[in-house]
Unconditional design. Structure first.
Length: 321
């Protein structure tokens, strides 16, 4: 079993798992690669996941992880309960196309701080008869590629990358986004790093169906220096057991298996006008779509469709400083 560290989202998410894979490390020697990682496990207040099942791949294979695990301990009234956790995660990666989905169900939930902990603060196993503070399923998919621009290029040209993302978050139980003391959460996130520039991020947090076109900022290009692009997409479904009612049943899922797609690349000149006559090739051999003079939403904006009636606040675009 392995331990996985998570990154904090909000102060009141202590002890829960969020979309940890969005802090991308730029590796200059990696001209092109793909990676997928699926994890199901337990959490504690230290911020680590102890994996009950975990699998990964460095090709475009479908990667799955799943578990059905019982935990027994005392609830808040010192009554003995047995909780069942069923979780699954899938991920798949290809150049320009990423897939990820997670789901989890808990029955007969319980929590008592006096129970022995199932895992240690460093994410290793503490007591196989212990009880967790949280339960999580995580799916990570990503690709790295190196692009070479050519054709008709002029000084001041910049590239912008256009992505489409759609999927559905489903929560049955008291949801984190509705209640700071909620015990359930499902969400998806995208992180994009161009060259050595700061990572740009996009999140779909709230329950409901999401369909959005998302555009990066503009990044300088020339016909000499290649430009590396790192893309990481992840989904997460989790429970904070200490915020669920003893005996409660709950379920969550974040299904973005339909795809996250790099739909195209545009170049703009020094005046912000769309350029034409340029070409782009990749180290992976992937033929990315070069959009010649096709208008898209301005950088930093997205087109959003919320079928479920959830407010647009469910999609947040953030830049890591």
């Amino acid at each position: 079993m392995q331990s996985v560290q998570r990154s904090p989202r909000k102060m009141w998410l202590t002890g829960s798992v969020i979309l940890a894979g969005l802090l991308i490390s730029h590796v200059a020697s990696a001209q092109f690669s793909t990676s997928s990682n699926s994890i199901v496990g337990t959490t504690n207040t230290s911020g680590y996941v102890y994996s009950l099942d975990q699998n990964n791949a460095s090709d475009n294979s479908l990667v799955t992880a799943s578990t059905s695990h019982n935990f027994t301990g005392l609830d808040g009234l010192n009554n003995r309960r047995t909780l069942n956790f069923s979780g699954s995660a899938t991920s798949q990666s290809d150049y320009g196309s990423l897939h990820s989905s997670t789901s989890a169900t808990v029955t007969n939930s319980y929590y008592n701080a006096d129970n022995p902990s199932y895992s240690n603060p460093d994410g290793t196993l503490n007591n196989p008869d212990g009880s967790p503070a949280g339960l999580a399923t995580l799916g990570f998919s990503g690709f790295t590629d190196t692009l070479q621009y050519g054709g008709i290029l002029q000084s001041g040209y910049k590239a912008r990358y256009i992505f489409h993302v759609d999927g559905t978050n489903t929560v049955v139980g008291n949801n984190f986004e509705d209640d700071p003391n909620g015990g359930t959460f499902a969400g998806a996130g995208l992180g994009v790093q161009i060259a050595m520039d700061p990572t740009e991020t996009f999140f779909a947090w709230n329950p409901g169906f999401f369909a959005a076109d998302w555009v990066t900022q503009d990044h300088p290009v020339n016909g000499v220096t290649p430009q590396q692009i790192d893309v990481q997409f992840s989904t997460n479904s989790f429970f904070n057991l200490y915020n669920l009612v003893d005996g409660q049943n709950a379920s969550v899922s974040s299904d973005f298996s339909s795809t996250l797609t790099l739909t195209g690349i545009e170049l703009v000149d020094a005046n912000g006008n769309l350029a034409s006559g340029w070409t782009v090739t990749s180290a992976s051999g992937t033929q990315y779509r070069a959009l010649q003079g096709v208008a898209v939403p301005e950088p930093g904006t997205f087109a959003l469709l919320l079928v479920s009636g959830v407010a647009g606040a469910g999609l947040l675009r953030r830049r890591r400083k």
